[in-house]
Design a protein around this ligand. Structure first.
Ligand SMILES: Nc1ncnc2c1ncn2[C@@H]1O[C@H](COP(=O)(O)OP(=O)(O)OP(=O)(O)O)[C@@H](O)[C@H]1O
Ligand SMILES: [Mg+2]
Length: 245
């Protein structure tokens, strides 16, 4: 039986009947501000505390900004700097922008993307990382305007991470934060799992809900479950009787 990797996020492991199957490639999708970065950061942080090394590949924001935002949201988690200093969790700035943004030449962008994959691999190998976050792959969608090429690159990234034997969360922007507007894009099918974060309601009465849309090879909840971003971390309000975790 495949071992399950605990996310360490309150309530989420319950929805996942124990966690994410080891070595899965999981997409975390949600609208702007849904909490994709915070959730994936917390996954690495909790796993680092359990002794499992992880790398956060920041494709979109500067590492310092990410840490600042996480600290501002999770004020009760006070040892973030210690965990980062310990090296068990590292945030890698990766800027695929300038190099890939050469839409005139497919060869050049393929070369740049190859370099990105190689630098990710070098980091994973040198740190012995077992857990990986890529935040976000939406950047690649913007940079690579040819949809077929974008899917090809996405598949290459996943194939590479699979070969390295890591368990990965990769964030992606959802076009609409509403569940009713959810669209399965062709590239979604290459992932082993999909966790969606929805936002509904008005600005003043925002409702947040999460759903495990798929998780290959594992039993999971099909219930759309409310979540909150609290000062002590993400909190998914999974029903107590959902699973024995
Ligand atoms: N200090 C805070 N207290 C409570 N909630 C906060 C705080 N800071 C941020 N948040 C919540 O976290 C959300 C931002 O989380 P995060 O950056 O993980 O979202 P995201 O889905 O990655 O967004 P983006 O699409 O912009 O990258 C905010 O929309 C807000 O709801
Ligand atoms: Mg983000």
């Amino acid at each position: 039986m495949t071992e399950k990797i605990k996310t360490g996020v309150t309530g989420l492991d319950k929805m996942l009947y124990g966690g994410i199957p080891e070595k899965s490639m999981v997409l975390v999708t949600g609208g702007p501000g849904a909490g994709k970065t915070l959730l994936s950061f917390e996954f690495l942080y909790r796993n680092a505390k359990l002794g499992h090394a992880g790398v956060f590949f920041a494709l979109e924001e500067e590492p310092d900004r990410i840490v600042e935002n996480v600290k501002a949201a999770f004020t009760e988690i006070t040892d973030i700097d210690d965990v980062l200093k310990s090296g068990k969790m590292q945030i890698e700035p990766e800027n695929p922008g300038d190099a890939i943004l050469d839409s005139e030449s497919e060869n050049k962008s393929t070369y740049a993307f190859g370099k990105l994959l190689a630098s990710m691999e070098a980091k994973i190998t040198s740190t012995g990382a077992e857990r990986v976050v890529v935040d976000s792959v939406s950047v690649l969608d913007i940079l690579i305007r040819n949809p077929t090429l974008y899917r090809k690159y996405m598949l290459a990234m996943i194939t590479n991470l699979r070969r390295l034997g890591v368990t990965a969360l990769m964030t992606i922007e959802m076009e609409s934060p509403e569940r009713s507007q959810l669209v399965f894009k062709p590239e979604y099918f290459i992932f082993d799992g999909i966790i969606a974060l929805y936002q509904t309601g008005e600005e003043s009465k925002r409702m947040l809900a999460s759903e495990v849309l798929k998780m290959r090879g594992a039993k999971h909840s099909f219930v759309t479950t409310p979540y909150d971003i609290t000062s002590s971390g993400f909190r998914v309000f999974a029903a107590e009787d959902i699973a024995p975790y």
